[in-house]
Design a protein around this ligand. Structure first.
Ligand code: PLP
Length: 387
């Protein structure tokens, strides 16, 4: 039996989502076509849009469907380089963003856009005072994520959004890790734009959304990343992924009823896990442990050893976790998120993310604790860094 503790990377399909997919396979019409098959598909798409918007606390017109949240984030940030402000524009983001924001901001920086990466505290939270200090008259966009994917910390989006609103600066937030995971509604959020992804909440991969409030900004436009047909009000060309959108709506429908139970469930597993690991394994750091955090996420650095070695040994025990470092992609760089917290490569290299979901049980947690104890003892026994 496998133990999947990597729910921040992606989630298994909810049974209700599987059922909705099976029932919708024959709605093959192009929602842009005028004939009957097209009209049926368009109606399904409209219904799904309404359901997803309702779950997120938005209106249907405020959602632009994309192929993934990475596309939503790219569309948002690259809009800055696609328009002429008459001066060199300045973007503010943070040092702990998902690569789809962080790397895009670095790319724009290389192309001459001014970018400030806000630092975070040791607990992985930005300080409003540093945002205040970073704002300039050339600042056209602030992009600060809501819940962090690696450590789960929740940023003070309300204060940041209010500040940007007072200063007349467009405010975007990558909110991929929030809906279905914490109490959440966009209608309480002072954001101008936000990014979402279906596969983080028990639906399919390859479908995302960009939420856009009707802009108060005459001098800031969202420029499509993909030009072509008139889909999505001209903001994102390409035939809509209607099956993916219908499946996402099904996930929203069930999550509405299940969210409180899920939050309580993952919190009890995560809290038990952290208590036991703290009791049984020494020399660890719970990253973001003192900050407001997603209840499903635990990110722990194990001193003297490498996260990849821990991951692979747990995988041999059928336990799936993840490490923020990019070794798997051919780089030996430690996680930029953990580095932003501690500026210590050793702590960053030894970090592992455990993320819990609706299908996890206490058995998964107990098996993981036992395997982790054995793994850490073994690896520290052969590590030249051990004291
Ligand atoms: C915070 C955050 N933003 C963006 C993304 C990218 O989402 P997608 O896989 O839909 O491109 C992820 C996925 O890991 C994420 O966790």
């Amino acid at each position: 039996m496998s133990h999947y503790l990597d729910n921040n990377a992606t989630t298994p399909l909810h049974p209700a989502v599987k059922e909705a997919i099976t029932q919708s396979l024959d709605y093959y019409g192009n929602p842009g076509s005028m004939h009957q098959q097209g009209r049926v598909a368009k109606q399904k798409l409209d219904d799904a849009r309404e359901e997803i918007a309702g779950f997120l606390g938005a209106t249907p017109e405020q959602l632009t469907f994309t192929s993934c949240a990475s596309e939503s984030n790219n569309t948002m940030l690259k809009s800055v380089s696609s328009q002429d402000f008459g001066f060199t524009p300045h973007i503010i983001t943070t040092g702990i963003e998902h690569p789809s924001v962080f790397n895009t901001a670095q790319y724009l920086q290389k192309r001459g856009i001014d970018v400030t990466f806000l630092p975070v505290t040791n607990d992985g939270i930005i300080e409003i005072a540093s945002l205040q200090k970073a704002l300039r008259k050339e600042t056209v966009l602030v992009s600060i994520m809501h819940a962090n994917n690696e450590i789960g910390t929740i940023q003070p989006i309300e204060e940041a959004g209010e500040l940007c609103s007072q200063r007349g600066v467009f405010f975007h937030s990558d909110m991929v890790q929030s809906p279905g995971k914490i109490p959440f509604s966009l209608n309480k959020m002072p954001v101008d734009a936000a990014s979402f992804s279906a596969h983080k909440m028990y639906a399919l991969k390859g479908i995302g959304a960009l939420y856009l409030k009707k802009s108060r900004f005459k001098n800031f436009s969202i420029i499509p990343l993909i030009h072509g047909g008139h889909q999505e009000a001209g903001l994102r060309a390409g035939t809509e992924n209607s099956l993916g959108i219908i499946a996402w709506a099904a996930a929203c429908r069930v999550m509405k009823d299940e969210i409180d139970t899920e939050i309580a469930h993952v919190k009890s597993l995560r809290d038990f896990f952290e208590t036991k690991v703290t009791e049984e394994i020494n020399d660890i750091v719970i990253n973001g442990g003192n900050a407001p955090r997603k209840p499903c996420t635990s990110n722990i650095s194990f001193k003297y050893i490498e996260g990849e070695s821990i991951l692979l040994r747990l995988d041999m025990n059928d336990i799936a976790v993840s490490t923020g470092s990019a070794c798997s992609t051919g780089s030996l760089d430690p996680s930029h998120v953990i580095m932003a917290l501690h500026d210590n490569p050793e702590t960053a290299h030894g970090s592992i993310r455990f993320s819990f979901g609706r299908e996890n049980s206490m058995e998964d947690v107990e098996r993981t604790i036992a395997a982790l104890k054995e793994t850490v003892t073994f690896l520290r026994g052969i590590s030249p860094l051990s004291p």
